[in-house]
Design a protein around this ligand. Structure first.
Ligand code: TXA
Ligand code: MG
Length: 523
């Protein structure tokens, strides 16, 4: 099929209207994103939209109208709240969902008993609808799953050869799709945030809820109130990872990355390849640029992109909702200590895993070394220990570790006293040493309560016999002594249950391969 490119001239709009009336497909600009239109009352025409987009057919379409009163025949009833919203906002980037009338074919409503209706603010859009003489079903004019089109060139990229015509009406004013609110429920629920914010809507009709799925992912078995919410969305080919944090933290984090791209705000001091999507404190500018920026990252050949997270207030909620879907809900939160915990029983081969992580560029903090440095000769902490456990834990003014261990581990109560002194200090020093992506290598991660500091935990396990052999060899101790040490530790099951990832280091399985897969999952 040859796709003709039309302008916004009167003549071209008339031509577009004719194509739509006769069952064809026309992409046209709206103030949100470009729409791919068909006669909403013609099931066959609507079906061809799904085909052109490659969209699952249980995902219903928004019906676009040119005048407020055009909604009346499409719905069972224009409820008082619907009327209030229409009067206050239409034409606007706002879609209302009501019980449908029999006029709406199931192809348009995706088999639901409701219909979504919107009157666009964009004049070309309304002129096209008017010229067609029918309500127009129009999803965003992108290939399903890709970022929505905010420029005619995006539509041409996705839809050339698949539809009858594309009207080039320049850039879309808002850049994110309309706010979708269902009035078929009480209180009404915002299913998709957009430029008409919750606060603006509540100013007219009082309390509305926001669907859980707006800012969070959905559980696998949950059903979507708005079917469009359940699909991976808006995503370019590149893998996107959303990063929460200030400009300074974000820049420090991404500037250490090799072979990665950044999606940042204007003014962020990023020195890896990057694209800015608007300004930090201007959510409308972010909305306008986001989808276009995602497409440009693909053009630049980005494989992995760290994206700076927007705030979630006002229109920021719409921006966040789109970007977190583009990231398939992968988020790194730099506002929290970002540690990966590495732990495992003695002899499990945890040290080897730590070495690989170092080579991969992680800042590996050895908690044993931290503990030793904190209790060096003359340190304040050593004085505290001396006061608590007596002068005989010292040798030549330094700490006699064996002596301290003997005293502290003689009873549960004295172990607790030692931990109460050491663990907060260890945690604090580890936090201070954290920069970029840090790993805490700690055999006693759980015992020390360090697991609470960790974003993810990797446990290294190995069969008991392997561990025994390793520590007998490494430390030159008897089998009996080795057994005692192993028995004093938490069991393998505990490590498995309390960790996010488990690496088997039994001398047979490929440790590096297991680790690389985990790292890919974490970042
Ligand atoms: O800004 C917009 O709304 C753009 C422009 C072209 O107008 N259109 C648009 O349509 O974004 P689309 O199809 O890409 O997104 C429509 C969303 C989907 O998430 C869909 O599941 C939801 O609205 N939706 C449509 N009808 C619904 C209904 N009856 N019940 C629940 N959700 C519905
Ligand atoms: Mg869409």
């Amino acid at each position: 099929m040859k796709t003709i490119i039309l302008t916004t001239s009167k003549q071209d709009i008339e031509a577009a209207g004719k194509i739509l009336k006769s069952g064809g497909l026309v992409a046209f600009p709206t103030e949100t994103v470009y729409g791919l239109g068909a006669n909403a009352l013609d099931g066959a025409a609507v079906k061809s939209i799904y085909a052109a987009k490659g969209r699952p057919s249980d995902n219903p379409l928004i019906v676009h109208i040119a005048e407020k009163e055009d909604i009346i025949p499409l719905v069972e009833e224009v409820t008082p709240k619907a009327k209030a919203l229409i009067d206050a906002f239409f034409p606007a980037p706002l879609t209302v969902i009501l019980k449908k009338s029999p006029l709406i074919p199931s192809e348009t409503s995706g088999g639901l008993d409701t219909v979504a209706v919107r009157m666009p603010e964009n004049e070309t859009a309304r002129a096209v609808i008017k010229a067609s003489g029918c309500p127009i079903a129009a999803p965003s004019a992108n290939t399903s799953g890709l970022p929505s089109p905010t420029k005619a060139k995006h539509v041409i990229e996705d839809m050339s050869g698949k539809i009858d015509a594309i009207i080039d009406g320049g850039d879309c004013a808002y850049g994110v799709e309309s706010t979708v609110i269902t009035l078929a429920e009480e209180p009404p629920v915002i299913l998709r945030p957009g430029a008409i914010t919750k606060e603006m809507i509540e100013g007219v009709i009082g309390t509305v809820n926001i669907s859980n799925a707006v800012l969070n992912g959905m559980a696998e078995n949950e059903t979507a109130a708005s079917p469009g919410m359940k699909y991976k969305h808006y995503s370019p080919k590149a893998e996107i990872i959303l990063v929460e944090g200030s400009s300074a933290k974000f820049c420090e984090f991404v500037n250490s990355k090799k072979d990665a791209f950044a999606l940042c705000f204007e003014g962020d001091e990023v020195n890896i390849p990057h694209i800015a999507y608007g300004y930090e404190n201007d959510d409308l500018s972010q909305a306008k640029e986001l989808f276009s920026a995602l497409r440009r990252l693909d053009e630049m050949g980005a494989k992995k992109v760290y994206a700076r997270a927007p705030h979630k207030e006002g229109v920021g909620m719409a921006v966040y909702n789109r970007i977190i879907r583009a990231a398939a809900f992968k988020v790194i939160d730099l506002t929290k200590p970002f540690f990966i915990g590495l732990t495992g029983q003695t002899g499990s081969g945890k040290g080897y895993v730590g070495e690989i992580l170092k080579k991969l560029g992680f800042n590996v903090i050895d908690s044993d070394a931290v503990s030793r440095s904190l209790t060096e000769k003359g340190s304040p902490l050593l004085a505290v220990l001396q006061k608590e456990f007596g002068n005989d834990i010292l040798i030549d003014g330094g700490l006699d570790r064996a002596k301290l261990a003997k005293k502290a581990f003689s009873s549960k109560e004295s172990t607790a006293r030692l931990n109460a002194i050491m663990h907060p200090a260890i945690c604090e020093k580890c936090r201070k040493q954290a920069k970029g992506l840090s790993v805490i290598d700690a055999p006693q991660l759980f015992e020390a309560g360090l697991e609470k500091e960790c974003y993810k935990i990797i446990a290294v396990v190995a069969p008991r016999e392997t561990r025994l052999e390793r520590i007998i060899q490494r430390d030159g101790i008897s089998r009996k002594r080795a057994e005692e040490r192993i028995n004093a530790q938490l069991g393998e099951e505990y490590y498995k249950e309390h960790s996010d990832f488990v690496i088997t280091n039994d001398g047979k399985e490929d440790v590096e391969k297991q680790l690389l897969k985990i790292v890919e999952n974490i970042l």
